[in-house]
Design a protein. Structure first.
Length: 342
């Protein structure tokens, strides 16, 4: 039996605590600034903590504390506070989406205090409670070995095809600190590309001459097709839940950083990543970015060729402006200055 502290009980963190307690005898001490989240963790079998100090106090040395908070400043602040509370031989596990270079720095800083640092890239989202979490791990072998009982219960059983390659559970130790989050970073970059390809395919269906049922197509593609995947299954669910046109959903897509980091490191390594890069740029455009560039393009085309442009004041009605009168030069067309999506 192992014992672990959990900091951060959001959608993933709370479900991970639930899965550990539901499916094993391992003990969990849970903390979150949201008292309701702590109470829910207690209902699911964990011991609740009122603060980081209280959490550390309830753990028996050598302690393990798993952080599941947003990457960046929240993670760094939590690591810094825990470092002042933990002792030599204890371990901090970062299960968020930290940048691998931050992992390497933290591991070096904590090592001077005798504290081990393990980075775990976690994939599974809100479905992980039921199907398990795929985990990509980096850090010292000794610390990872101590964490193994927790990783084993969180991960799904490995399918028969992969059993010999990676072992009985769906997690893997890739190397020293940073390796886990590096593999997860590229995983997310690949995810961007896959999602964009599906989105573009269904966009073609939306514009084509046939009346097609997108949910049924997604379901069909899951039946032995070479493009079958869990993402395709989720697409089927989305169309069934929100309609064939997804009318209630705004086409606005955020990114959490991993795609950018993947592209940046790929560029440093001279690795072309056109699909991942284009998918990230598509997300930028979904937020209204690029609108000014589109207007510049229209203006330039108007200037050099006298091509018609749509006035911003009448664009909603779909009425194009007339081409400018030729006077040796293409005349400009005045339009409103408002920037949509800003």
């Amino acid at each position: 039996m192992s014992q672990i502290g959990f900091v951060g009980l959001g959608k993933m963190g709370g479900n991970m605590v639930h899965r550990i307690r539901r499916d094993s005898v391992n003990e969990v001490v849970a903390f979150d600034f949201d008292e309701k989240a702590v109470k829910q963790a207690v209902k699911n079998g964990a011991a609740g903590a009122s603060s980081l100090k209280d959490l550390v106090k309830q753990l028996s040395p050598p302690r393990m504390v798993w952080i599941m908070v947003p990457a960046g400043a929240p993670t760094q602040e939590t690591v810094d506070k825990l470092a002042k509370l933990l002792d030599r031989g204890d371990t901090i596990v970062d299960g968020g989406n930290s940048k691998w270079t931050d992992d390497k720095r933290r591991a070096k800083e904590l090592k001077s205090q005798g504290i081990e640092y393990v980075d775990v890239g976690v994939s599974g989202g809100v479905w992980g409670l039921e199907v398990g979490y795929c985990m990509m791990v980096g850090g010292p072998a000794k610390a990872v070995k101590r964490l193994t009982p927790i990783l084993d219960v969180l991960a799904p059983e490995t399918n028969e095809q992969s059993l010999e390659a990676i072992g009985p559970r769906g997690w893997m130790h890739f190397g020293p600190s940073g390796a886990g989050h590096y593999v997860k970073m590229v995983h997310n970059g690949v995810e961007y590309g896959l999602m964009q390809a599906y989105a573009e395919g269904f966009d073609v269906f939306d514009k084509c001459e046939y009346e097609l049922d997108n949910a049924k197509i997604a379901h069909l593609w899951g039946q032995g097709s070479v493009v079958r995947s869990w993402l395709c299954e989720l697409a089927a669910r989305a169309f069934e839940a929100d309609g064939n046109e997804l009318q209630a959903i705004e086409g606005y897509t955020e990114d959490s950083g991993e795609g950018r980091w993947t592209i940046a490191d790929a560029t440093a390594l001279d690795v072309p990543t056109p699909v991942i890069t284009a998918s990230l740029y598509a997300r930028f455009r979904s937020r209204g970015n690029g609108d000014f560039a589109d207007r510049v393009l229209a203006a330039l085309r108007n200037q050099f060729g006298g091509h018609a442009v749509k006035s911003a004041t009448v664009a909603a009605a779909g009425a194009p402006s007339t081409p400018p009168k030729s006077s040796g030069k293409a005349a400009s067309v005045k339009r409103g200055k408002g920037r949509s999506g800003r």
